[in-house]
Design a protein around this ligand. Structure first.
Ligand SMILES: O=C(CO)[C@@H](O)[C@H](O)COP(=O)(O)O
Ligand SMILES: [Co+2]
Length: 226
């Protein structure tokens, strides 16, 4: 698989769940990854979908799945998503006492491994773990719900992560998630993010595929400094 320089990942949390396969196909050809938010009503106070839905959806699209686990006990559940064909499986640092061991399990199961950092979690303690990961997901809201307002102060974590990645020559995606839209994506890209989750901004648009293309163009313009 060729690796695009900028990833846009529509979050199906903002899609119409009664028409999920159609909603996914609406962004196929425009999106790079499909972001799948799994919530268990314990780690976050919201409940979404789980493994059976991901397994069924896997057959409905060619898009790589970017699974974002907002669950307790990710060591029990995360490898199942890799087995179901997820491209990238991201779990929260706050929910896991041995993130490096789980990253190894995910890679052994054939997936990329992602570490997520919620709004109130500092990034510094996790920087030294990053060589074990393929993706670092930095929440730009408090995890749990779509449609929240982007918190620009959280981009300081993105800047710190980008500096660390550059200094260590790490191969790591820095993904931002929460409130990413046409008026916020450029700041996130300029701070050093290169993967962008967007739920409301994509599925709330009249033309979701066009919304994805527009977001990517804005991010690429900010990254190139144009
Ligand atoms: O993980 C989450 C929410 O916890 C996100 O992936 C949201 O689904 C993003 O939605 P928008 O903020 O783009 O509406
Ligand atoms: Co998410």
């Amino acid at each position: 698989m060729t690796v695009p320089p900028t990833i846009v990942a529509p979050s199906i949390l903002a899609a119409d769940f009664a028409r999920l396969a159609d909603e996914v196909r609406a962004v196929e050809g425009a999106a790079d990854w499909l972001h799948v938010d799994v919530m268990d009503n314990h780690f976050v106070p919201n409940l979404t979908i789980g493994l059976p839905v991901v397994q069924s959806l896997r057959a409905a699209t060619q898009l790589p799945f970017d699974v974002h686990l907002m669950i307790e006990d990710p060591r029990r559940w995360a490898p199942g998503y890799a087995d179901a064909g997820a491209y990238n499986v991201t779990f929260h640092a706050e929910a896991c006492d041995d993130p490096v061991a789980l990253a190894k399990d995910l890679r052994s199961a054939g997936a990329k491994a992602g570490l997520a950092i919620d709004r109130d979690t500092p990034i510094e303690p996790y920087l030294e773990l990053l060589p074990s990961f393929d993706t670092l997901l930095i929440m730009t809201i408090k995890a749990g719900f779509g449609g929240q307002r982007f918190i620009p102060q959280l981009l300081e974590k993105v800047r710190a992560a980008r500096r660390h990645v550059a200094a260590g020559h790490l191969e790591l995606r820095i993904e931002v998630d929460g409130g990413i839209a046409a008026d916020t994506i450029e700041q996130a890209a300029a701070a050093g993010a290169d993967a962008f989750v967007a739920g409301t901004a994509v599925y709330g648009a009249d033309d979701p595929a066009e919304a994805v293309r527009r977001l990517r163009a804005l991010a690429e313009r900010a990254i190139s400094g144009a």
